[in-house]
Design a protein. Structure first.
Length: 592
């Protein structure tokens, strides 16, 4: 069958693979499998139930889940095939943001996962005139349960109505509105059609090494983000069994229970995995410790396609047998591909994980491009360290005169919901203007060099790319988060959140104790001096006008919950600067 709408994917899976364990969610300590057949049965029951609730084509349904789970995907199928739109939302945003989005999208019904989300949405329910009802996946007191909609759809007498509506859904029709969580300003609703996302899924498929119908996936990145969502459609198409991780804290346990072959990641997770492995290595003694760090050093020199020569490959074979095999075993034993997106990945991580036999496929894209625009891939010499790969099929990338990355193709969004002016600002002559800056090499590999809007000018008239500085500085294991400042000031500086756990471990290895609070830790001269050492080292890569001249440390862990990071782990610059304005003033008053 030909796939032209998103809800075609599970029907294709039924035709080609008919999996017994298509979707798998942990419940009360047990993995509960849903077959392809059961998935379609429940999806159609939801469609029938929604119609009986009075939901019509083009109604907007919010779906929110704290963690990925099978119910989300069933709702996605049930909503889309009756011509309504799934509006997926992050579970971590505030009630105020929910109020804005619900009203902007005119949400009629909301399906959410648990009591915490129910409490958050209940606060704003009376402020959203269009919102008729809230349903939960968990059993919650005073909240309707999604099983009531399933029960409402048990009677199949209106299935012909579902089929008629489904048949009338066109590839160019709106499928979903995804609200972007920008580092500044109110969220924008990105309108993506069925064709936007279907074309992106099928074009991305060739870049992900899968064995059709014979592989497992561990899914933990939020499916409300287009990156994980596209991957899940891709897994459906290629017959992969999807297992939903319980939480980021339980990923290691889930890896060893599921033994997946593929997992999507963000750079921060890879950094945490790497730091955890290195911390264990430092606890070794004698020859074991020597061999461990020999292997790590070898990994950091890795190049693809045997470019280092036979002697390096021989040593790498030994390192994989003695050391890296244990890394793989700790990650379930079968993991061979990590698909990375959402932020820049440090080349050192690409090298060491690839050396360990854990291939990293780094890509680039935005919600507005459905999202994939480029991906690295080993096959066909389509892999280059330090780049985000080459454009996928039917996608054109060019670099504007000012360095901005422009993207054209069937993956480019329909526009921003109810905001034609903002749409016109970013889509010109068919090209989406990303706001990112980049370079294309002679072979078409794309390298991201910064963010156009975030480039600022010092009082001396020198231009600074904070993202470039930040990505370089975050290679330090002592720095968890960093925001470069200095717009209109004499020189660049930085506000830094130290890697508290790693620093305490580092102190322990060096025979001194940092047992106090984070506030005491950031005042310790040994910590400050050690971070200064790394900042100085990284500064050598930049011109004198670009170097970070001063920094201040924060005692807080920057996170999504305290509104300092976006759901995709990018710093909210205006909010961070406002919160730490005293540190900002200290930096520049000191220089005045």
């Amino acid at each position: 069958m030909k796939i032209t709408r998103l809800f075609d994917f599970p029907y294709y899976q039924m035709e080609k693979f008919n999996l017994e364990k298509a979707f798998n969610t942990k419940s009360n300590g047990v993995w509960v499998a849903t077959s392809t057949r059961e998935f379609l049965i429940k999806g159609n029951a939801i469609s029938r139930g929604l119609l009986r609730l009075g939901i019509k084509p083009n109604d907007k349904i919010a779906v929110i889940s704290t963690v990925n789970r099978t119910e989300w995907n069933i709702m996605d199928l049930g909503i889309l095939q009756i011509g309504a739109q799934n509006v997926p939302l992050y579970p971590t945003i505030s009630s105020d943001e929910y109020e804005y989005i619900f009203n902007h999208a005119e949400i009629t019904h909301c399906f959410l996962s648990d009591k915490g989300l129910f409490d958050k949405v209940t606060i704003i329910k009376d402020k959203v005139p269009t919102l008729k009802e809230i349903y939960s996946f968990d059993e919650i007191e005073d909240c309707l349960n999604w099983k009531e909609v399933l029960a409402l759809g048990k009677d199949e007498s209106n299935q012909p109505e579902v089929e008629k509506i489904k048949e009338g859904v066109k590839p160019e029709d709106l499928a979903t509105i995804i609200y972007t969580s920008g580092t500044t300003g109110t969220p924008k609703g990105v309108m993506l059609s069925h064709n936007n996302m279907v074309s992106n899924t099928l074009a991305s498929l060739s870049r992900v090494p899968v064995v059709y119908g014979k592989y497992k996936v561990l899914s933990f990145l939020p499916v409300c983000h287009s990156f994980e969502r596209i991957l899940q459609y891709l897994y459906m198409y290629s017959g992969g069994e999807i297992y939903f991780a319980e939480s980021i804290e339980k990923i290691k346990d889930n890896l060893n229970e599921v033994h997946p072959h593929i997992m999507s990641v963000v750079p921060r997770l890879l950094e945490k995995i790497y730091d955890g492995i290195i911390a264990k290595g430092t606890e070794l003694t004698g020859i074991k410790k020597v061999l461990f760090f020999w292997a790590v050093g070898l990994g950091l020199q890795w190049k693809p396609y045997g470019e280092n020569g036979w002697w390096y490959e021989f040593k790498l074979k030994i390192a994989r047998k003695l050391i890296f095999s244990k890394w793989k075993a700790a990650l379930g034993g079968e993991l061979n591909t990590l698909v990375s997106g959402s932020a820049a990945l440090q080349p050192r991580l690409t090298k060491v994980f690839c050396a360990a036999g854990l291939s990293i496929m780094e890509g680039y894209g935005l919600t507005e491009t459905s999202p994939v625009a480029t991906v690295n891939m080993f096959k066909g010499n389509l892999f280059r360290i330090g780049t985000v790969g080459k454009a996928i099929a039917d996608v054109e990338i060019k670099i504007a005169e000012d360095g901005e990355i422009l993207i054209k193709g069937p993956n480019v969004m329909l526009g921003y919901y109810k905001e034609p002016e903002k749409t016109a600002e970013v889509i010109k002559n068919g090209y989406f203007h990303t706001g990112d800056k980049g370079e294309l090499d002679a072979d078409g590999f794309l390298k991201i060099t910064g963010r156009k809007k975030e480039i600022f000018k010092t009082s001396g008239g020198k231009y600074i790319s904070p993202v470039l500085l930040e990505n370089t500085m975050k290679q330090s294991r002592f720095i968890e988060q960093i925001m470069v400042v200095g717009d209109g000031e004499k020189m660049p500086a930085a506000i830094i959140q130290p890697a508290f756990d790693f620093i305490r471990e580092w102190a322990k290895r060096h025979d001194f104790v940092l047992s106090g609070s984070n506030t005491e830790l950031i005042a310790d001269h040994r910590v400050i001096d050690r971070i200064q050492e790394d900042v100085d080292k990284k500064n050598r890569k930049f011109g004198d006008w670009e170097k970070i001249k001063r920094f201040e440390l924060t005692p807080d862990v920057w996170g999504i919950d305290n509104n300092l990071l976006t759901p995709t782990m990018k710093p909210k610059r205006d909010i961070i600067k406002a919160k730490y304005i005293d540190l900002y003033n200290k930096i520049y008053e000191y220089q005045s």
